[in-house]
Write a new protein. Sequence first.
Length: 115
Amino acid sequence: MTSPEWKWRYPARLGRVVDGDTVVLNLDMGMTISRSGSYRLYGINTPEHDEPSTEHLTKLLTDAQFIEVETYKKDKYGRYLVNIFVRAYDSTEWINVNQNMIDSGLAVEYFGGKR
């Protein structure tokens, strides 16, 4: 999966998982500024109301001690497209959640157009 030129990277807290490719997050933008909203995972698509993909994404995000989000641009519904990274306290390795969803067989690459 290729990544576009990312604009910003922020620490984040999970609000909730909407489905396998959409989440509600609270981004820490620094200097006591935060932004809560709905974010769409960049470059992936999951079936609507797909329980396995939603459960997997929920587990990845709730098990993480640290969440960071790279924002790209807004989609046609006004949600920012994001790449999400997670890390546990006992690890130095960041996991790309978007790529993990594809590698797990729960999402397919999607960059707009017909599905």
